[in-house]
Write a protein that binds this ligand. Structure first.
Ligand code: AMP
Ligand code: ZN
Length: 473
């Protein structure tokens, strides 16, 4: 079945076909490791993970590269403000490399908690200074660069295709925005190499043909994607904030240095807002995955929450919505516990998203595949999951096998729950029996007390027409 993806470059949802048959080269802009990643950042990485899983579900082999930015990303994305890493070094009194290592490890722990499949490689900017210098040299040879007192800049007016991604030409910006031009020739020009300030010693600085300094933020992604995927590659992803500056500039660098489109398809996730507004330090609403866990949420419930909206829609985070996601996930887990244990998904169906084994429900699988292949329509895919579990005409073993297949895309770790009845300790069973006794004698106070005691042991008791039912809290 055809996969359709929305390409920000053409502004259309188009059938996807990889450059080399059966294989997809994919690059996702990774984190700047100067602080903990917040839930908005995690949406970007969940989006890239779902994309990668959908491609694999369709039988394609994916090489995912995700950079780790540990130098050169300034507080303002357009060459202004302080270096984010230096801000962190001053805040924590540590070296840049220690900061980068600490937050990179925290980032990898978040990825794993969210069941995000690892990239093939996580290249770091500081390990690829030479590649970045070589790309700037190539741009210099082709006449795209000029020198100011603080660095080597890309002259965007020399590239006719500049502005293709954002639809914003240099002139538009100059007229509209209040941009500090400094010595730039055009408002959209950007730094390729920055000189170390004379009045400050930088720990992260390198020799270059132009003087001691450090690379600009955008050149990192162009140089490393070229090294690990070759140019052009298939798909480049990031958040929508990257469209007007970071990705426009990456395109410019590859076009200038190598005369090619860096990637054929550019895909962007929209933002997470909190309580309808921006996440900001001053508002105290920048949440991390660890903050969700502190409040008792399972990181996979955040994954479920993100899957509940299309990646190109804004997603508003509230604690109520998070609770809704956790409840829905818990319900799904309880349902699959009742199913029989079935062989793992690759044993029950062909791996190419085409059904027909008879073990997996074909109509539901087709609906699911159409949903995810239609520009990653995950809300529709979740609706298929619920329709399936609620369908009394499908037997539980088929439901189990089908859900395991779907979970290759959803990543909700359903196999950890499927067919696994919960183990209720004897003392909890006794408390439940005592509570039944209390209810029979209409001793409601005692029955409530026992329910609370059962809850402190991590179990919930529900009264059903068939008698009390115990589940995990
Ligand atoms: P950064 O570490 O700032 O480079 O951001 C990492 C990724 O998160 C980038 O792809 C950003 O576009 C994305 N991003 C940043 N803030 C948000 C947000 N509030 N919602 C969704 N994605 C975001
Ligand atoms: Zn990037």
């Amino acid at each position: 079945m055809e996969i359709k993806l929305h390409n920000s470059l053409t502004r259309r949802t188009e059938p996807f076909s990889p450059i080399s048959s059966g294989h997809v080269g994919m690059y996702s802009c990774g984190p700047t490791v100067y602080w903990f990643a917040h839930i908005g950042n995690m949406r970007a990485f969940l989006f890239s993970d779902v994309l990668r899983r959908v491609l694999e579900y369709n039988g394609l082999e994916v090489t995912l590269v995700m950079n780790v930015t540990d130098v050169g990303h300034l507080v303002g994305d357009v060459d202004d403000g302080e270096d984010k890493m230096i801000v962190a070094m001053l805040r924590e009194g540590k070296s840049g490399y220690q900061i980068a290592e600490f937050y990179a490890q925290a980032f990898f722990a978040d990825l794993s908690a969210l069941n995000i499949k690892p990239a093939a490689v996580y290249p770091r900017a500081t390990d690829h200074i030479q590649e970045q210098i070589e790309m700037v040299q190539a741009l210099e040879r082709k006449g795209f660069t000029y020198r100011t007192s603080d660095g080597i800049y890309f002259d965007t007016a020399r590239l006719p295709s500049y502005g293709r991604l954002s639809g914003q030409k240099a002139e538009d910006k100059r007229a509209g925005a209040r941009v500090d031009m400094a010595e730039k020739l055009n408002a959209t020009d950007f730094a390729l190499w920055k000189f170390s300030p004379e009045d400050m010693e930088r720990e992260m600085e390198w020799e270059s043909p132009w003087g001691i300094g450090f690379p600009g933020w955008h050149i990192e992604c162009s140089a490393m994607s070229k090294k690990y995927l070759g140019l052009p590659f298939d798909i480049h992803t990031g958040g929508i904030d990257h469209i007007p500056v970071h990705h426009e500039n990456e395109l410019a660098q590859a076009m200038g240095a190598d005369g090619v489109l860096e990637a054929n398809v550019w895909m962007h996730n929209d933002f997470i807002t909190v309580d309808g507004g921006r996440m900001a330090k001053s508002l105290g609403n920048i949440y991390t995955i660890a903050n969700l866990v502190e409040k008792g949420f399972d990181p996979i419930a955040f994954r479920y929450f993100v899957l509940g909206s299309h990646y190109r829609s804004k997603l508003n985070f509230t604690w109520e919505a998070m609770e809704g996601a956790q409840n829905a996930l818990n319900k799904l887990r309880e349902i699959v516990r009742e199913y029989p244990i079935v062989p793992s998904s690759d044993q029950v169906s062909p791996p190419h998203g085409e059904e027909g084994s008879g073990v997996v429900d074909a109509p539901y699988s087709t609906r699911f595949l159409s949903a995810v292949n239609e520009d990653l329509n995950t809300p529709a895919a979740l609706a298929v999951v619920w329709d399936l579990v609620n369908d009394a005409t499908v037997d539980d073993a088929t439901k189990a096998s089908t859900l395991l297949r779907f979970d290759e895309v959803l990543g909700l770790c359903l196999s950890d729950y499927l067919g696994r009845q919960i183990d209720v300790p004897v003392d909890v069973t006794e408390l439940v029996a005592q509570r039944e006794e209390a209810r029979r004698s209409k001793n409601w106070a005692e029955s409530d007390r026992l329910r609370d005691e059962i809850a402190t042991r991590g179990f919930v008791v529900k009264d059903t027409p068939q008698g009390p039912k115990i589940s995990l809290a």
